[in-house]
Design a protein around this ligand. Structure first.
Ligand code: HPA
Ligand code: ZN
Length: 326
């Protein structure tokens, strides 16, 4: 069996996926037509050609613009189900997906529309595709603490549908400490806590995510590798890192996939998982990430198996649920 076939056949969980980042240009055009929203592109090819980023902010500007076509419950359901179909084809058995409510509520789309649509898509994925899933509400870190607090309050009627909170968007200049109080409040509500840290931001932001936000899982975490004490802390605590190789390449977090830190992370005992982040924008779903990284750095089958095993271990599922998803 080739490595690619081996990867395709491995059951896996996806733990770092922004549902708005799974909006393929074809669906973007369909929703633009359906909702009579103007988009600044004439063709699907022109959209793809615009996906040439030199950093995180370049991408975020286009990503927030793309989300403009999402208006109705049906749109969010279609978006989610399209992702789950792709994920199921990659043998994803469980996904914990991020959504950015502020991107929608700030343009007048009610929180209820977003969550009803996404959870309808998740329910359909469970029955039609046998893919289970959970939702993680992300706060946009370029906005202020009060806006994050208001978003958490808006989510309160829906807490039975939300597994946790996360922190995404522009990292540098927006340290985790800015959101300590809202993360404390989310923890008191019984929500899990995750945060993007060390994608572009320094190791100090990773320390803050651990010590101030009290995260249960770390998104990206690449720059942790610059700090020996931090590596030891992450290894000793068994912290799961949701790493996204093709995202790192597209956003110039690494300049060459062959130099990606995953092999060193594994060697140092970190609980690394592989994920697609924003697959419609970064050129690949989860198996593409496994395949590209395995080819670039020469992963062994044992390492690939470990990465998939880590994805179930790091999931917010009970031990019994994990076994049932394999
Ligand atoms: N980093 C920060 N914010 C994001 C990302 C990311 O990779 N994707 C979507 N929002
Ligand atoms: Zn991300």
């Amino acid at each position: 069996m080739t490595m690619d076939a081996y990867i395709a056949d491995l059951p896996k969980a996806e733990l770092h996926l922004h549902i708005e980042g799974s909006l393929e240009p074809e669906l973007m055009f369909e929703l633009a037509r359906r909702n009579r929203v103007a988009i600044p592109f004439d063709t699907v090819e022109a959209v793809r050609a615009a996906y040439d980023f030199s950093n995180l902010q370049d991408f975020l500007d286009i990503y927030y613009a793309g989300a403009e076509v999402l208006r109705t419950e049906q749109d969010f359901q279609d978006l989610a189900l399209a992702y789950f179909r792709r994920a199921a084809a990659d043998r994803v058995r469980h996904a914990e997906i991020f959504f950015d409510p502020q991107t929608h509520t700030d343009r007048g789309i009610p929180f209820q529309v977003v969550i009803e649509g996404l959870t309808s898509g998740m329910a359909a994925a469970r029955t039609e595709l046998d893919v289970s899933s959970q939702l993680i509400l992300c706060f946009l870190r370029h906005l202020d603490e009060d806006a994050a607090q208001a978003t958490l309050s808006a989510a309160e009627p829906w807490l039975d549908r939300i597994a946790g909170v996360g922190l995404d968007s522009s990292e540098v200049g927006h340290p985790p400490s800015k959101f300590q109080r809202v993360f404390d409040r989310a923890g008191a509500m019984g929500l899990k806590r995750v945060a993007h840290a060390g994608e572009e931001g320094p190791p100090a932001y990773v320390w803050e995510a651990l010590d101030l936000l009290k995260i249960d899982r770390m998104d990206h975490g690449n720059r942790s590798m610059e700090d020996e004490a931090l590596i030891q802390r992450l290894a000793a605590s068994g912290m799961t890192l949701t790493v996204c190789p093709l995202s790192n390449l597209k956003l110039c977090v690494v300049d060459d996939l062959a130099k990606h830190p995953v092999p060193e992370m594994l060697r140092r005992g970190l609980h690394v998982t592989l994920n697609s982040d924003d697959p419609a924008y970064f050129g690949g779903y989860v198996n593409d990430n496994y395949r590209a990284l395995a080819a670039a750095v020469g992963l062994t089958r044992e390492q690939v198996t470990q990465l998939a095993r880590n994805s179930f271990e790091g999931a917010f599922l009970s031990p019994g649920e994990k076994i049932a998803r394999l």
